[in-house]
Design a protein. Structure first.
Length: 103
């Protein structure tokens, strides 16, 4: 999982995580759970603007998450081994906003 943290959240990630270099770039990262979670202080892939991602974000329990379509586009651009596996899973589990039940 890739996480973007800013301000106090990034400071806390630096305090708790293991310093590392991102798997797809040379950006500084903090790793958790053996690198299964990578926390960055900036978006690591060109062509994606943080502000635009936040405008399209899905909010879950008060936290913003990049939309599945943005995550898929991001992973297709990077094509790291973990991205290939994730894309295979996502292709079978993608739900569009129009498919969601309205309550």
């Amino acid at each position: 999982m890739d996480v973007l943290a800013r301000g106090a959240a990034w400071s806390e990630a630096c305090r708790l995580g293991v310093p590392a270099t991102g798997t797809s770039t040379n950006s500084g990262a903090m790793h958790f759970w053996g690198g299964r979670i990578e926390v960055y202080s900036e978006w690591i892939s060109p062509g994606f603007r943080f502000e635009e991602l936040m405008e399209r974000a899905d909010w879950i329990d008060g936290l913003p998450f990049a939309s599945l379509s943005d995550v898929a586009a991001y992973k297709k651009k990077l094509m790291r081994p973990k991205d290939i596996d994730d894309l295979r899973i996502m292709e079978g589990n993608t739900v569009s906003h129009s498919d969601r039940a309205v309550s």
